[in-house]
Design a binder for this molecule. Sequence first.
Ligand code: SF4
Length: 337
Amino acid sequence: SEHLLEVKNLKVSFHTYAGEVQAVRGVSFKVNPGECMAIVGESGSGKTVTSKAVLGLIATPPGEIKKESEILFEGKDILKFTEKEWRAFRGKEAAMIFQDPMTSLNPTMKVGKQIMESIILHNKVSKSEAREQAIELLRKVNIPNPEDRLNQYPYEFSGGMRQRVVIAIALACNPKLMIADEPTTALDVTIQAQIMKLLKEIQQKNNTAVVLITHDLGVVAGMAEYITVMYAGCIVEQGTVEEIFASPCHPYTHALLKAVPNMENENKSELQIIPGTPPDLVMPPKGCGFASRCKYCMGICKEKAPDFTQVSESHKAACWLHHPMAKKVLGVEEIKE
Ligand code: SF4
């Protein structure tokens, strides 16, 4: 297939003393080479678990990836990988950028050495070649004076510069896929924009596919081509950026969009938050997962989980309001926000 990554019916549970937490309940999406897919949702929506599954980072047990799940990378089912194959895959084919750069940097090792180690781990190069490449990488992520910076420790870098170092390390093996989990959440707004711009440049220049995990639809607009919105372990809506921003269908997506700062609601404290809490995933509701917080909730929503309704070829939403029979059978009015 021409897809770089294809996640099919991914189901991930965690076995805890309280029972089996069904963290991801049947998630499917595709990413083509050079494309960016944003996975958006609150904490606990399953977005991070999904991204960890793609990198083989779910510890089993307590985690369990259900056997009907498939994750294809260049057509190969990577869920069948051995630990050795996973290690080769991470870094070489796919790299991860976390929210807190300090989790991926060693505070006691000079930055240059860390970048060189990751170059040497995956390529047959001499130490001096690795050093040259490390300087080149720091240049690529716009770190000034790279020769001097190589000899500094992570604490000598600002938060934004540290995240650039992490991105340089991720780039060391020229991965086909980068997974960025809340890469800018710990940074202030101006630095956030610079890091997103850098990720976009890398995506375009190297034709790297990016899966961007975020709770903030605001960072997605300039970056992603496609958006997957997750709630309570399920996908509730999927579409192109234009479709999601201009014609969101799911009430949860509407609520997320209201939380994006814009001209009218610049003050974050005035942002609308969605009242209520997500459902217990030890005993997921049999109907729509969003029912307990949805102001449009109808009788059927609590009885039966809605299937996806295809809004366009690239846009679908799982909500009874958009069921083709909604107007006739349920007497649903247009949703007004
Ligand atoms: Fe709300 Fe019902 Fe749609 Fe769920 S299916 S989002 S409860 S209207």
